[in-house]
Design a protein around this ligand. Structure first.
Ligand code: ADP
Ligand code: MG
Length: 394
């Protein structure tokens, strides 16, 4: 049996790789519990770096920077999905408790490994990935099964918010699509007939306890998350149970410590397909900040500090609305405006979260609003009203 390590108590430093909004909300949760935070990010001016007790501006693979982080922090987690595994391994070799470990993070960084992982455990989780093929060499194209079309060609690495994806209607279009993506390793996935999309958020502690949040139903716009609503209005209780059981099984399979998000598709025929995993708190879990006993960021703190996990119980129905940089502009990027926050905040049961990003850009995630209600319909009405006031299309 592995040696049992003591918890890391408040007053200590916790480290986070990445200084974006997820790192900022992690920092705020850690600080609320009395921890100090060390952020490492390559950018000079990052949402998390600007509020952390210690900010190291360096590349993720900068050995001196990682040593400095390791000298301060007994535990490090990541908010940036594409942090090089090498950085996590280096920290671990310096004696830092890294949660989740690099092997878990690597899995989520590569769609080929991720799909294989989801397919491998299908018999145990009862939910597998959409049918897919891997394309790494020109010769692979000739072996793609015809029933994968229409399909979605996705780069194996660095895809997010729908970037690095092309819909391919027929086999004849595949070579051009692959060339357009630069002939990098890709997966071609059958395009499924989606009814709606959901995500499961599960957390595993150092003590092997696994907890799950209520599943959220997600609407995307232009590939970017738009709203998350919980409880998921279209999901049947039996489907929710199946999804949570699958996510809990997956987190145990990889001996993962931390917060894990698993995205699922619910198909028109009622079948469920696993789409992808994120090795960190997730945008679709921001609702937990105001609607649950413990937020996903508090759980990140607890798990990396080897503390018992918090309660995931939902206290109120909620609809989360993402705020993109588009709201700061009148049509185009040369006409700036300030969104009408006073009107938003005139709703007493909506909670505004802004990430402190210096420059808004179209499509950039700037914040979110959690709209609460006594019943789900009320939460959704608040969300629609706030969206209208901000000029977001319903
Ligand atoms: P990203 O890493 O950009 O989030 P995803 O694989 O989650 O990439 O794809 C983004 C969105 O594209 C999904 O949320 C879904 O709406 C749509 N999509 C992706 N794969 C499929 C598929 N196989 N069938 C139908 N829609 C899909
Ligand atoms: Mg996705």
């Amino acid at each position: 049996m592995a040696e049992h390590l003591e918890p890391i108590l408040p007053g200590s430093y916790l480290g986070i790789l990445g200084g974006g909004q997820l790192g900022r909300m992690f920092t705020q949760a850690a600080q609320a519990m009395g921890y100090k935070v060390c952020v490492l990010d390559p950018g000079a001016d990052s949402p998390a770096g600007s509020i952390a007790e210690k900010f190291i501006q360096a590349d993720y693979t900068d050995s001196a920077a990682l040593k400095e982080m390791a000298s301060l922090c007994a535990s490090v987690s990541t908010e940036f999905e594409n942090v090089p595994a090498q950085a996590l391994d280096e920290l671990e070799s310096l004696g830092v408790f890294v949660a989740p470990r690099s092997s878990c993070v690597s899995l989520a960084q590569n769609r080929v490994a991720e799909k294989k992982f989801l397919a491998t455990w299908k018999a145990e989780t009862n939910i597998g990935p959409a049918p897919y093929s891997v394309i790494e060499h020109d010769a692979d194209i000739a072996h793609i099964p015809a029933d994968l079309f229409p399909g979605i060609l996705k780069t194996a690495r660095m895809g997010y918010d729908g970037k690095g994806q092309i819909t391919v209607y027929a086999a004849a279009d595949l070579p051009a699509a692959w060339a357009e993506l630069g002939k990098v390793p890709c997966v071609l996935e059958k395009r499924m007939d989606l009814d709606f999309e959901v995500s499961a958020l599960v957390v595993r502690g150092y003590d092997d306890a696994v907890v799950a949040y209520p599943v959220s139903q997600n609407i995307h716009r232009d590939g970017i998350l738009h709203t998350s609503t919980v409880p998921a209005p279209s999901l049947k209780p039996a489907q929710e149970k199946k999804i949570i059981d699958a996510a809990k099984a997956l987190i145990r399979k990889i001996d993962y410590v931390g917060v894990l998000c698993v995205e699922f598709f619910v198909l028109k025929n009622g079948d469920i397909v696993a789409n992808e995993i994120a090795p960190r708190p997730h945008n679709s879990g921001h609702y937990t900040m105001d609607a649950c006993v413990s937020s996903q960021f508090e759980q990140q703190v607890r798990s990396m500090a080897r503390l018992p996990l918090g309660d995931t119980r939902q206290l109120a129905p909620v609809s989360m609305l993402n705020l993109l940089g588009d709201l700061w502009f009148e049509g185009s990027e040369d006409q700036a405006k300030e969104p009408a926050w006073n009107k938003v905040l005139a709703h007493p049961d909506v909670k505004l979260h802004l990430y402190g990003k210096s420059a808004p850009r179209m499509g950039r995630k700037m914040g979110h609003i959690n709209c609460l209600g006594e019943v789900l319909n009320e939460a959704r009405q608040h969300c629609a009203a706030v969206a209208t006031e901000l000029g977001i299309e319903p």
